[in-house]
Design a protein around this ligand. Structure first.
Ligand SMILES: [Zn+2]
Length: 96
């Protein structure tokens, strides 16, 4: 999937259409002291591997998420593009 690296979209903070930088979304580090993580650690205490529970469902492809950074207010918001694809996101350079 190809996308230009700068696009003009609506900024919810400026409340107007401005130029945005496009970057691929990366998952951040999980917090070790969050409620869900503490709950999980308490549940798996004393076990070395997985415990019984819901089996995770693995989808064959992912929806692409991009991070849009406003060039006016420098705030970030997210957008999912297209449907599920196995193709990785490629950013094209645009000359302005
Ligand atoms: Zn803005």
């Amino acid at each position: 999937m190809e996308m230009p690296d700068t696009i003009k979209v609506y900024c919810p903070y400026c409340k107007s259409v401005t130029l945005h930088k496009v970057k691929p979304y990366k998952k951040g580090k999980t917090r070790t002291l969050s409620r869900g993580q503490r709950h999980h650690e308490e549940k798996t205490k004393g076990y070395t591997s997985k415990i019984a529970g819901k089996v995770p469902v693995y989808k064959q492809a992912k929806r692409q998420v991009v991070v849009l950074e406003c060039t006016v207010c420098h705030k970030k918001h997210y957008r999912t593009i297209g449907s599920r694809t196995k193709k990785t996101l490629q950013l094209e350079k645009t000359e302005r």
